[in-house]
Structure formats: C-alpha cells, structure tokens
Design a protein around this ligand. Structure first.
Ligand code: SAM
Length: 394
C-alpha cells in the first residue's frame, strides 16, 4: 500500500475508533477524543500478537503487515483490543513468527478504551505535569504528549528494549517526552513533583515514591492487584503528609503486575492428607472467584489457590500462603463444605470473617471500597475510611 493510502486508511480507522470510544463512554471529553483521532497507534505496533479465542490454552497469533497484509494489520491496530508485544520478558522471534501459548504477556499496548478511560479518570488539565509508569509501546505516552505537550510528560519503563522501542516510536511521531529505563516503583524524582501520576501496570500496594513525588492535592490512578486476582482501579488524592486516599473506581480492569512483584515461582509446601485441623464451613471454594473473590484476595493477600484431584477421586481446592506455609483445603462434605487448615495463621477463618463483613454491608462491588496510604501502612476499607479494613502487603 503506498504511504499516502496507508495514512488515509489509518486516519479513517482512528476516526472510527474515536467514535466507538465516545459512544461507549470511555472518551468523555473533546480533548481526549482529538488525541485519539491524532495519535497513530499503528506506529507503536509494527508487529504484535493478538489473542485468539478457542477452547484450549490461551493462544496469541503473530500479526505484521508481512504476515496478514497491511489492511488487516491496520484494522486490528485500531480495534479496541490489548495487543501484546512481549512474553516472559523476552523479545519475540519475528524471523520465524508462530502462535504462542503457555506464555505470560509482559508488555503490550493496552486496549484503547481502558487507556483513555484511565486518562479521563486522571483529570488532566492543560500544562499539568504527568508521571506515567509502564511506558510499554508508548501509545498512552503519545496520547499524553498530544494532550499536554511532551515537555510535561515523564514515563518510566522497566524493560530496556521496550523502553528503547517506545522512545523510537514516539520520536517518529514527533514526540520527545522524558522516557526513562528503570523500575517505576521508584518513580522519577528528577522531574518531581508531578500534578498527576498514572501506572499502566498493577501493583500490590502503592509505592511511597509515587505519593512523595505527586503534589499535595494531585491524583494517582493505578490498578491494585494480588496474586489471585486484580483488585481494580483506584484514584487517590495525595495529602500533604505522605498520605493518599481515594475510592476504587467502577469496572474490573486488570493489568499485568509490576515485574518486580510477580508471584514466587513455587506455590509453597503442599500439605499432606493428615496435616491441619478439619471443620465445617459455610463458604465453599466458589467464593474465591467472582465478586467475592475480591474480598478473598484482601483476606489472604499472600495466598494462591488451585484445585487438585485427591486419592479418592474427589476435587479439593488448596489455598496456600508461601510466605507462612499457612494452608486451607476446601472439600465437598455431603451437601456442604469442609475446610482443613494449618500453619501459623488460619487463612479460611480470615476469609470467612471478611466475607461476613462484606455480606452484612450488602455485598457491594469494588467501588464500595477505598484505599488509604500512609507512611507506615496501606489499607483497603469498606464503605468509609473508618469502616472494616484490610492491610495491603508492602
Ligand atoms: C500494559 S503495558 C503498558 C501499556 C502502555 N502504557 C500502553 O500504551 O498501553 C505494562 C508495561 O509496564 C512495564 N512494567 C512492568 N513493571 C514495571 C516497573 N516496575 N517499572 C516500569 N515499568 C514496568 C512492562 O514492561 C510493560 O511494558
């Protein structure tokens, strides 16, 4: 396709994407709509992987102009999908591209509706300075540059190759923000304080550097996540004393976790059949998923769970906390459930207590919770800051 045709096709696709994002409510203000119409997402995605739906393990197919043709490559680049650019921290082998499965995406261009929704939630105004953590392809960085000017944008990416590619793509579009390679958990004090801080990777708790480097009254938008599941998006207002506070926002977006916070490779010690004490429980393993899974994640922040077939052919669900070797094994017991617990803490007692509080409050969605960050601890609370609370791991 000649360059002029490519550019006009891409411009049309951008227009359509912007219309779609306005119609579904992700774009709420004209200035972000103009940015979506202007920033060429395909320049940040010369090659990428798209998730293919099927019954087996999750598989991603390679997409490039050479593999599928320019039209299809462009059309997918302007669809509202997350497009993966790296797995397991390694560059993909584009000399012999092949579908990938059993791999962990470690860099991507997040679906535009979520990127723009978060930028809207960040409440960015003209001339504000923004710190972005997790540059990725650089697409969201480019949207920020378009909106507030590249001199006001600082972005930190942990992966050297990803950071280099983002810087190159940004420059090819005429954007020259400060793009740094490093651990975003430390922020970037060199250009602080920022009016706004946004992270496009998930964190187990909010790094104190983000709070320290954001101006009092400024906002931090990030996703919190645990090892069992994502907790969702929060927007915190920074206080003047190293504190920050704010609600979970609606929806259930999730991001890849900060590379430095990946769950340990080993699940921990699997208890033997005679270990622990068994009792009845009113809550089965189903509470670990769905809306109640949010509460279970808060109740046992260092645990993970999996189902296993036992010697008698039945299925048991194991929740293990590798940091303490505490465990809870859930099994069917007639029409009800039993739990077998051991270790230094009683994981399932904590889950039951938390679920009871949540149910007494009417089983609210995550937007019924909020977060308080202070210099020495971080809590998720239910209802209001004085309500029931859970400590986040730091
Ligand atoms: C979902 S992608 C970024 C999406 C991107 N902002 C976009 O345009 O859609 C998350 C990125 O965060 C990066 N990342 C993970 N942990 C990080 C850390 N501790 N500091 C900085 N970047 C990190 C990953 O390498 C990855 O490129």
């Amino acid at each position: 396709m000649p360059p002029d045709d490519l550019n006009s096709t891409a411009a049309k696709l951008r227009q359509q994407l912007a219309e779609q994002l306005a119609a579904d409510g992700s774009v709420r203000s004209p200035l972000w709509r103009v940015a979506v119409e202007a920033v060429p997402r395909h320049e940040f995605l010369p090659r990428y992987f798209v998730e293919t739906l099927g019954s087996g393990p999750t598989t991603w197919s390679p997409i490039s102009p050479e593999l599928v043709g320019v039209d299809e490559w462009l059309t997918i680049a302007y669809s509202d999908q997350t497009l993966v650019t790296q797995f397991d921290g390694d560059p993909a082998d584009w000399r012999a591209p092949a579908p990938i499965s059993n791999a962990n995406p470690t860099s991507s261009s997040t679906l535009p509706s979520l990127v723009v929704r978060m930028l809207e939630d960040l409440d960015v105004r003209d001339d504000m300075s923004v710190l972005e953590l997790g540059t990725g392809t650089g697409y969201s960085t480019a949207l920020l540059c378009h909106r507030i000017g590249d001199q006001n944008v600082t972005s930190v990416e942990t992966d050297r190759d990803v950071s280099h590619q983002a810087r190159t793509a940004l420059a090819s579009c005429g954007y020259y923000p400060r793009v740094l390679t490093g651990d975003g958990q430390a922020g970037y004090p060199g250009a602080a304080p920022y009016d706004r801080t946004i992270a496009t990777y998930g964190v187990r708790s909010v790094p104190s550097s983000w709070v320290e480097q954001t101006r009092p009254g400024g906002l931090i938008v990030t996703t919190l996540r645990g090892w069992m599941r994502s907790l969702g998006l929060v927007r915190l207002t920074v206080g003047g004393d190293g504190s920050a506070q704010g609600p979970f926002l609606s929806g259930d977006p999730h991001f890849m976790i900060a590379r430095q916070q990946e769950a340990p490779a080993g699940l921990g010690m699997i208890p033997g059949p005679e270990d622990g004490e068994t009792r009845e429980t009113g809550y089965g393993s189903d509470v670990l998923t769905g809306e109640s899974g949010f509460v279970a994640q808060l109740a046992m922040p260092n645990a993970r769970f999996f189902a296993m077939t036992t010697d008698d052919g039945s299925t048991a669900t194991y929740a293990l906390d590798a940091s303490t070797n505490a465990f809870a094994v859930l099994a069917r017991d007639g029409a009800g459930w039993s739990v077998r617990q051991g270790g230094t803490t009683r994981l399932w007692d904590d889950v039951e207590r938390s679920l009871s509080l949540w149910r007494e409050a009417g089983s609210p969605p995550p937007s019924g919770f909020g977060v308080t960050v202070s210099a020495d601890a971080q809590h998720v609370w239910l209802g209001d800051p004085d309500g029931p609370r859970w400590t986040l791991p730091q």
